[in-house]
Write a protein that binds this ligand. Structure first.
Ligand SMILES: [Fe+2]
Length: 392
């Protein structure tokens, strides 16, 4: 079947002189163009507003609104329409002005038919290329937008996967010790609250949170006989136990997004006065995340019930931590901690318990669903203490 050729493009001829309009339109129709005429700029704009007009050929000098006015109006309202201007002899300056304002070409009146056709074909070709370029640009922009959205979703999924992997890791570790329920999660919450109070935010805050979550990851390498021993540890067993910051560090230090949390894991048993382990670091030699963690960990260890003792009140724990500022703890961290206040700290614990209860209820409701049930910050974890075990 033969392809149907596209209809000839419509050309709008604008001139106040009827004879000029007629001559041009008759000649162009004979050449196969589809011509419409207008006797003035206003009328031309009305026609362009109603129908698709790829090309306008307009006289410059017209009574009332002139060709320049029409050119500007077309640029403004129909930027895809090509405009060719017809100028009189000796009006070169005005012709150049037309080109500067966006006309694709100008011809001297009366135009020769060959010049006119050549100008029309050039203008239409230029317009076709420009439209194609714009279509391509739009397509490209849409593609970039789509890919960016896909990438963002993928990154978010990876972030959730990372977080869930870490939670699962800590959950496995906590399950081994069965000591203080939700300890790791609460310590993360307290750590983040103090860090935020100290003005830490963004990536640094995230890394400190991860360090707090993973602080005891190295206990995976401590034998059960030591880790789970109900009584006091012997000096040799203490040597084993005190390896856990180093073990934890070597487990995760090579993972790029955990290199900073690894520093916190390595330093989480250090004390501000240099009496901690494993490297006996003091003061600002200890990573800020580890200095904050030390306060958060002690608060949770003191206020949590243990099988062999009841947890103390938040008031007592806060006073004790304040007393140990500058010895066990960084005084700057303790200041931020005290700023949160007893009620603020209690609220953090209560909010977390409420979130977990809600999550547990949702999990029960969706018992047949496939939700992972371990959203960041409120995972179903059983916590473990860091240095607050009964053995020493
Ligand atoms: Fe620890």
């Amino acid at each position: 079947m033969e392809a149907i050729p596209p209809p000839p493009p419509r050309i709008l001829i604008v001139d106040d002189d009827e004879s000029v309009r007629d001559v041009i339109s008759v000649l162009l129709r004979e050449e196969g163009y589809n011509c419409t005429t207008a006797s003035g700029a206003d009328m031309a704009l009305d026609i362009a507003n109603q129908d698709d007009t790829p090309l306008v050929i307009s006289d410059m000098k017209m009574p009332g609104k002139d060709g320049l006015w029409l050119l500007e109006a077309m640029r403004d309202k129909h930027p895809d329409t090509a405009v060719i201007m017809l100028t009189g002899y000796g009006d070169t300056e005005a012709a150049v002005d037309c080109l500067r304002r966006g006309a694709v070409d100008y011809l001297l009146k009366p135009p020769k038919l060959t010049d006119l056709i050549r100008a029309i074909e050039r203008a239409l070709a230029k317009r076709r290329i420009e439209l194609a370029r714009r279509r391509y640009q739009k397509k490209l922009e849409r593609k970039v937008r789509d890919r960016t959205a896909e990438l963002r979703t993928a990154l978010r999924d990876i972030g959730v996967t990372y977080q869930n992997t870490l939670l699962a890791l800590v959950s496995a570790l906590d399950a081994r010790e069965h000591e203080t329920k939700d300890h790791s999660q609460r310590v993360v919450e307290y750590t983040l609250a103090i860090a935020t109070r100290m003005g830490i935010k963004g990536v640094e805050l995230d890394e400190i949170g991860r360090g707090a979550l993973l602080h005891d990851i190295g206990k995976i390498g401590v034998p059960d006989a030591v880790l789970l021993k109900p009584g006091k540890l012997t000096p040799d067993e203490w040597v084993e136990m005190r390896k856990h910051p180093d073990i934890g560090f070597s487990m995760i230090a090579q993972i790029p997004f955990l290199s900073t949390p690894a520093q916190i894991v390595l330093s989480h048993q250090e004390r501000f006065d240099g009496e901690g382990y494993p490297r006996k670091l003091a003061r600002h030699e200890i990573h800020i995340g580890a200095r904050i963690f030390a306060v958060a960990d002690t608060l949770d260890a003191m206020t949590s019930d243990r099988p062999y003792r009841k947890g103390t009140s938040f008031g007592n724990a806060v006073s004790e931590i304040a007393r140990c500022a500058s010895s066990q703890f960084d005084p700057e961290v303790v200041r931020a901690f005290l700023d949160i206040g007893e009620s603020g700290l209690v609220k953090i614990k209560e909010d977390m318990a409420a979130r977990k209860a809600k999550l547990a209820a949702e999990k029960k409701t969706n018992a047949n669903g496939n939700g992972n049930g371990a959203a960041a910050g409120n995972g179903d974890l059983n916590g473990s203490g860091n240095g607050e075990k009964p053995k020493g």
